[in-house]
Design a protein around this ligand. Structure first.
Ligand code: ADP
Length: 270
């Protein structure tokens, strides 16, 4: 129901953001948007600037121009360490963030690092491993696991920190149907709790199933930003950003029920 839905207001305010790497060409050009507690998918072709944008939100990169405000405060004055307990970030490649030799140690590392006591950290870690369906692998070496499982370990290690914001870079890569269901369930759970989920995705079926807001990026700029219904119904945007329509939408169109797709989706919002 509407009453249970979070309405946390703005979480990030991004104003006239510009970025380039060293003396390279601009990667983000005058990006202005705000992010609230709706689950938000960022889509667009490779090289559009999606990862760069979310790294800036995590404080891993600093703007070349413009500003990012988090929770009403300018991020310019904050270090990555100050944001560690606030903004969780799951890298595209789990091997960029996994470095312990036991799954449980790996998942406990973040919580311990932000000051949780050992017992609490372990409880959080075990809960997070359960949520991603890997509780039986707690004693394994992460390097012995498959890529899809390492990605779930990486997700668990960020979930265990219980941050207000969760950024996911390509969470569904290498996941089968079950993994996608698990990740989708986590996104829904976090959104219900008023957390902000921001994810970069290439899988439009997954986007249209789990994300209420879609931001389309192209060449360092925001090409479209709105509800999934609004964005997926804009043919020119999909073509320009070379985005595939979700398959359910294609099917409805093929059957001549184009409107049915959107009614179906709108029905879920009520
Ligand atoms: P996306 O996530 O949409 O694929 P990225 O943010 O990864 O886009 O990349 C945007 C642009 O920035 C690309 O042209 C990419 O080559 C460039 N880029 C990304 N990371 C670096 C880096 N560390 N150094 C220099 N250029 C980079």
């Amino acid at each position: 129901t509407k009453g249970q839905e979070a309405c946390g207001g703005e979480v990030f305010q991004i104003g006239h953001l510009n970025f380039r790497y060293q003396e390279g060409t601009p990667v983000l050009r005058d990006v202005t948007l705000s992010l609230d507690s709706r689950s938000t998918a960022i889509v667009g072709q490779n090289g559009a600037g999606k990862t760069t944008l979310v790294k800036l939100l995590k404080g891993l990169l600093k703007p070349v121009g413009g500003s990012i405000w988090y929770g009403g405060e300018d991020m310019a004055g904050k270090t990555v360490a100050m944001l560690a307990g606030e903004v969780g970030y799951v890298f595209q490649n789990p091997d960029d963030q996994i470095f312990k030799y036991h799954v449980l140690d790996e998942v406990m590392f973040g919580p311990l690092n932000i000051g949780m006591k050992k017992e609490e950290a372990e409880r959080h870690a075990r809960e997070a491993l359960k949520e991603v369906g890997l509780e039986n692998l707690a004693a394994e070496n992460p390097y012995d696991l498959e890529l899809s499982e390492r990605k779930l370990v990486a997700i668990a290690s960020v979930l265990a920190m219980d941050t207000r914001v969760l950024i996911l870079d390509e969470p569904t890569i290498a996941q089968d149907w079950k993994g996608r269901q698990i990740i989708g369930g986590i996104i829904q759970r976090l959104e219900k709790q008023g957390r902000t989920v921001v994810a970069i995705l290439h899988d439009m079926d997954f986007v249209s199933e789990y994300f209420r807001r879609v931001i389309v990026m192209a060449r360092g700029q925001v090409l479209a930003d709105g509800t999934r219904e609004a964005v997926f119904s804009r043919k020119e945007v999909l073509e320009k950003a070379r985005i595939e329509e979700p398959s359910l939408m294609k099917l409805c169109k093929m059957l001549g029920y184009e409107k049915a797709y959107f009614q179906l989706k709108e029905g879920e919002e009520v």
